[in-house]
Write a protein that binds this ligand. Structure first.
Ligand code: PLP
Length: 391
């Protein structure tokens, strides 16, 4: 084989860090906002942190591009900076977007509250029902936006049909790959145009930075970058350094989290106090078969509800259950080494009006668990003791 592509386990460690500055094994933090002028004629060629072209940005961009199998990648100040800048590089006044009905609350708020004020319209689509998409299509439709594993119901839509529908109708296909990570699924290899990440989550993995990324073809990423340098949501070099460090253990962390989450999902499914478990790796999960075949794991996120009773009683039970957990920490966010628990209705999806949340299947009592890298038996013991006392 000529020039075999290196495996992801190698790329997370070495990609982007071929250049050894002063012999340092780890790329130092270039904590300089500006750089000597060296005759550049184009504004974006000046070296300046907001232009995302310091050595730390470039090293990280090269690593993320390789991990996702893209030509180019750009890091941003947060996941929302990646999503908003990418959407606004593809859409402008008069355009229309098709967007998955249940996504991260911040993305949904951006689409429903901000895009219309910029003259951009949208329609929701059910990502599992491709037959229903055609009637939502308009001559002005420019893009389709989905999540590879959705927050917080862990749905995996028909991603194969999404790509096919986008290419047949000349739409840009955009996917938030935060929950799956490139360890479990690489959307560009299956035809998506742009991959977005909240690197705050798994890619960094240590709950100590806020960061985002956009990965895709050279031209599309250049387009996003030209917006980013004006909108200003750029990452600072120290955050680049921390993200690069976090990425080195991405594969080890995510594989452990995949495994632990499967075991926890099985434990919860069999527990008499549990009503419903959302985890795409369970045998009866409603996941599109062909799409599921492209995933090498289903991630460390799951959500569930307690069994029986009316919603009010379930909510009280959920509150007691969370209070009694001793290892899992109650906090928003996800994807770190520590197990976090939250009720999305009060955190990630609190911006949605209650009736909209309920219609999507996000009840007040829905509990979301981000499985960390602790011993899975300890996590199960903890859940078990908290469930035993949550009545
Ligand atoms: N995408 C998903 C799936 C998320 O869960 C989140 C945050 O929770 C975001 C994007 C936004 O990321 P950030 O908080 O880094 O802006």
């Amino acid at each position: 084989m000529e020039n075999p592509a290196r495996r992801i386990e190698t790329a997370v460690v070495h990609a982007g860090s071929e250049r050894k500055v002063e012999g340092a094994i780890v790329l130092p933090v270039f904590q300089s906002s500006t750089y000597l002028y060296s005759g550049q004629s184009a504004y974006e060629d000046l070296k300046y942190i907001r232009l995302s072209n310091t050595p730390n940005h470039e090293a990280l961009g090269a690593k993320l591009a390789e991990l996702e199998g893209g030509e180019s990648a750009l890091v941003t100040a947060s996941g929302m900076a990646a999503i908003s800048t990418a959407l606004l590089s593809v859409l402008s006044v008069g355009d229309h977007l098709l967007v998955q009905d249940c996504t991260y609350g911040g993305t949904r708020d951006l689409v429903t509250r901000d895009l219309p004020t910029l003259g951009i319209q949208f329609d929701f689509i059910d990502p599992a029902v491709p037959d229903s998409w055609q009637e939502k299509l308009r001559p002005e439709t420019k893009a389709v936006f989905v999540e590879s594993i959705s927050n917080p119901l862990m749905q995996i839509g028909d991603l194969v049909s999404t790509v096919d529908f986008a290419s047949r109708n000349g739409l840009v296909s955009m996917i938030d790959n935060t929950f799956a990570t490139p360890v479990n699924f690489r959307p560009l290899e299956h035809g998506f145009d742009l991959v977005l990440h909240s690197c705050t989550k798994y890619l960094n993995g240590h709950s100590d930075i806020v960061a985002g990324a956009v990965v895709g073809g050279e031209e599309m990423v250049r387009n996003v970058r030209s917006r980013l340098l004006r909108f200003g949501g750029s990452m600072d070099p120290h955050t680049c350094f921390l993200l690069d460090r976090g990425l080195k253990t991405l594969v080890l962390r995510v594989r452990q989290q995949n495994e632990s989450a499967v075991q926890i999902a099985r434990f919860l499914t069999e527990h008499p106090r549990i009503g419903k478990v959302n985890y795409p790796g369970l045998p009866d999960a409603k996941v599109h078969q062909q799409t599921a075949g492209f995933f090498s794991g289903f991630g460390g996120m799951l959500s569930f509800e307690l069994a029986g009773g009316v919603e009010g009683a379930r909510l009280e039970g959920a509150r007691r259950f969370i209070d009694r957990l001793k290892i899992a920490v109650e906090a928003p966010s996800l994807g770190g080494v520590e197990t976090l628990v939250t009720r999305p209705a009060t955190t990630s999806h609190s911006g949605l009006p209650a009736p909209e949340r309920e219609a999507l299947g996000i009840s007040e009592s829905l509990i979301r668990l981000s499985v960390g890298i602790e011993a899975v038996d300890d996590l199960i013991d903890d859940l078990n003791q908290a469930l035993g006392r949550s009545k």
